[in-house]
Design a protein around this ligand. Structure first.
Ligand code: MLT
Length: 331
């Protein structure tokens, strides 16, 4: 009896010191997938979530991460989440919009003048409300949002410094109506294509160019197939840390709280990593022979792209919602 009392007392001290969690976590395995490599910003975030949930659940929750599109492309991952075949994924926001129109509010062209503005929005209550709507629309719930650098434009043909330079180029965009409309406003007919097909399509000349942040250019070694890069600040790379809503709804409160904590910590770490790595990856691109250009007429690009906003107000949940996001950006 005395031994039991001592053990109980020791456990109490350990809990008070935070070395053992008093929370109730059922044993489970989380299957997570990304179409990107482990060294990518997706991998940085998912690995951190894994580290936190495994440690804090005392090993009761395990996480297995599938990289490089081994379970399919990003839209396939969304379908797997809906069916609870996998429980977690990260992907570009553009690939969620087909399933959750309200996610489109975060992909409006030129909505985020800086990455800091996106940080404010994704930590705000406005984003939390939008995440609830996305869960209802798509059966997948953003726990939080990753931020990469701006999606800069690359191509294999010639430098782009003015909008006229776009003429005749075959540019790939994510399969999203808003991305198509944005590039049409720049005067070209873009090519929608799943991410997993892009490298081969560039290599074979099916397309001339694409857009992604510097870190993704590095992950993909795009310098092997792309020579020219232009810094266009139209679309910041943003993407959800997404879970299966079917699965999430059955979790107990302790597990939901642990996931929320892990998501916030992992995403904030990813934000810092991306900010730091943007410059490092840019230098890698230059060292591998990519030629970087800046736009001489970005005001024109911005005006053209923003002119499509009214066509998307109803789809993303109304102008009032867009105004709410813009208000957080401007605070
Ligand atoms: C894309 O272009 O489809 C994405 O940016 C790839 C990614 O999710 O990193």
């Amino acid at each position: 009896m005395k031994k039991f009392a001592i053990a109980l007392c020791a456990l109490g001290v350990a809990v008070a010191c935070g070395t053992v969690s008093a929370a109730d976590y059922p044993s489970m395995k989380i299957r997570a997938a990304t179409a990107n490599i482990e060294a990518s910003h997706h991998g940085i975030c998912l690995n951190k979530v894994k580290e936190i949930v495994e440690k804090e659940s005392g090993g009761k929750i395990k996480m297995e991460i599938f990289y490089g599109g081994s379970l399919g492309d990003e839209q396939a991952n969304v379908k797997q989440l809906r069916n609870n075949e996998i429980q977690m994924s990260t992907l570009t926001g553009n690939n969620l919009v087909a399933f959750a129109p309200s996610a489109g509010v975060f992909t409006l062209p030129y909505i985020f003048p800086t990455a800091q503005d996106a940080r404010k929005v994704f930590d705000s209550d406005v984003a939390k409300d939008i995440n609830e709507t996305i869960a209802k629309e798509s059966g997948t719930r953003p726990l939080h949002w990753l931020i990469g650098g701006y999606r800069y434009l690359t191509n294999s043909k010639h430098p782009i410094e003015k909008m006229e330079d776009m003429k005749g180029l075959k540019i790939r965009v994510s399969p999203s109506e808003m991305q198509l409309a944005t590039y049409r406003s720049f005067g070209i007919e873009p090519h929608p294509m799943a991410w997993s097909e892009v490298f081969n399509a560039l290599q074979q000349g099916v397309i001339d160019g694409e857009e992604n942040p510097y870190t993704v250019m590095r992950d993909m070694k795009f310098w092997e197939v792309q020579k020219y890069l232009t810094e266009v600040h139209c679309t910041l790379w943003i993407g959800p840390l997404l879970v299966s809503e079917k699965w999430y709804r059955k979790l107990n409160d302790d597990t939901k709280a642990l996931l929320a904590k892990a998501a916030e910590e992992a995403v904030h770490g990813e934000w810092n990593w991306s900010e730091e790595q943007d410059g490092v990856a840019k230098q890698d691109c230059i060292d591998h022979g990519m030629q970087i250009s800046t736009l001489q007429d970005e005001d024109k690009w911005q005006a053209a792209a923003k002119s499509i906003w009214p066509n998307f107000y109803d789809k993303v949940g109304g102008k009032d919602l867009v105004d709410k996001v813009v208000k957080v950006v401007e605070q």
